[in-house]
Design a protein around this ligand. Structure first.
Ligand SMILES: *Cc1c(COP(=O)(O)O)cnc(C)c1O
Length: 440
């Protein structure tokens, strides 16, 4: 690249890794990290192109969609165009006192495609912040309508809602990433984890348990917050959508708001556009993120009903006091809009079905692997659960040798590939999951 300034000349991978080790903190890691990360030089379609070969592989098929987000794959011409077109107009302006077309159109689109009744959209910069905002909305709603004692949250165990303070307080308090903070976090109310299995019938004993917990705490509870249908980072568990209908009814009966965290499940991943659609319910508050921008830029949104918005806006402090600096970022909003239109402009449900079938076929073999406890697939999500904690280094290496990028955790080897993954690449991902389960 002769005409570009020095900072565009690629550093040798060795040097980059040395600087990384010295200075750069990675997710959920110590400083310096114990496992050397792989250097990605570029990405296109479903492939990550490495700066230097690892286990003989120069490129890896991405089985993770960059943590659920890159549903259309990388370097997509339509999404690139959305960003570059917007870049020529403006990359950002503050959102206080100003507005712009990308944010307005995105908000209107989100209202159109999410369950009926969600009318108002608060844009923010990450999933965790959208959960913070959703929780703030619920607490403020009750304060505004004269019930300030309703400040706690009810959730079921096995959940994950992000890494900032309030979201951490509703993550599973045991075995998860935030266990050490249990004494320091707001004390929330936990019900048992929902019984596993999308197809397992609704268990009346569990419903009675939910009712009992809710009844006992109703006076102090502002809201129930759960991940609908799929609990992801808390253990990759699926449950019957019937439990969401139960929660909706119980929340109405006991005077609680219902928050659905669809940051992972939104935009088709579970086979319906939103996981709430499996149950046909509307929550009072809905959080989306991750695939919102097709994995291009960081943005999340919190939607709420008019009841919640009116309650807040007619209260003693009639404003929602939240306003991230990069709220409504035009680049992110533009690419989000393009990503949603790209998704809806194709038979996305058929594509997710195709991925589901490919995962079912390809992962069936994993059930025979010694040490495998369970294999489960829903929509574009495939999970192999082991009877032991996975050896991350060995499992990752096994996948890389198959030419695939996976990021196992705890006792789980799992994949949620981009929706554009071909059948051939999907089969490869499945072989890699099986190899990782065998060697991890
Ligand atoms: C990833 C995730 C979050 C947190 O989103 P960030 O963008 O990482 O802050 C919250 N809830 C769920 C269900 C998630 O999957």
């Amino acid at each position: 690249m002769p005409d570009l300034p020095d900072r565009y000349q690629p550093l040798p991978a060795e040097e980059l890794l040395a600087l990384d080790r010295q200075h750069v903190w990675h997710p959920y890691g110590p400083m310096p990290g114990r496992q050397e990360p792989m250097v990605v030089a570029s990405a296109s379609g479903v492939r990550l192109h490495l700066a230097a070969p690892v286990h003989g592989q120069q490129e890896l098929v991405d089985g993770m969609s960059s943590w659920w987000s890159a549903i259309h794959g990388y370097n997509h011409p339509v999404l690139n165009e959305a960003v570059t077109t917007q870049l020529g107009r403006m990359s950002h302006v503050m959102f206080g006192g100003l507005t712009h077309e990308p944010a307005v159109r995105l908000a209107a689109k989100l209202v159109e495609i999410t369950p009926a009744g969600l009318e108002h959209v608060f844009l923010s910069d990450s999933g965790s912040v959208s959960v913070e905002v959703g929780i703030k909305m619920c607490l403020q709603y009750w304060r505004s309508v004269g019930q300030p004692a309703k400040t706690r949250l009810l959730t079921w165990r096995g959940g994950y809602h992000g890494d900032t303070w309030q979201p951490m307080s509703v993550c599973d308090p045991e075995g998860g990433m935030h266990e050490m903070w249990s004494g320091a976090l707001p004390q929330q109310v936990f019900a048992d984890a929902p019984p596993g299995g999308y197809d397992a019938p609704v268990d009346p004993a569990y419903v009675a348990h939910l009712r009992e917990v809710m009844a006992r705490h109703a006076g102090e509870l502002a809201a129930v917050i759960v991940e609908p249908v799929v609990q992801n980072a808390g253990g990759m568990r699926f449950h019957n959508p019937g439990y969401l209908r139960v929660l909706r009814e119980l929340c109405d009966e006991y005077g609680l708001l219902l928050v659905l965290d669809e940051i992972a499940t939104g935009f088709g991943r579970t086979g319906t556009l939103f996981a709430a659609d499996h149950a046909g319910i509307t929550p009072d508050v809905l959080c989306v993120g991750k695939a919102l921008t097709g994995g291009y830029l960081t943005m999340a949104a919190t939607l709420c009903t008019s009841r919640v918005a009116d309650g807040i806006s007619q209260g003693e402090v009639p404003v929602l006091a939240h306003g991230p600096t990069f709220m409504g970022n035009p680049l992110a909003a533009s690419v989000a809009l393009a990503s949603i239109e790209l998704l809806l402009g194709q038979d996305w449900a058929q594509e997710v079905k195709r991925i589901e079938t490919g995962l079912r076929d390809g992962l069936a073999a994993a059930a025979e692997v010694p040490g495998v406890r369970d294999v489960r697939v829903l929509g574009g999500i495939g999970v192999v659960q082991l009877d032991h904690d996975v050896n991350m280094a060995a499992a990752t290496a096994a996948a890389v040798r198959e030419g695939v990028w996976l990021r196992p955790f705890r006792d789980l080897v799992y994949t949620m590939p981009p929706f554009v993954t071909s059948d051939r690449d999907l089969a490869r991902i499945c072989r890699a999951v099986c190899a990782a389960a065998r060697e991890g």
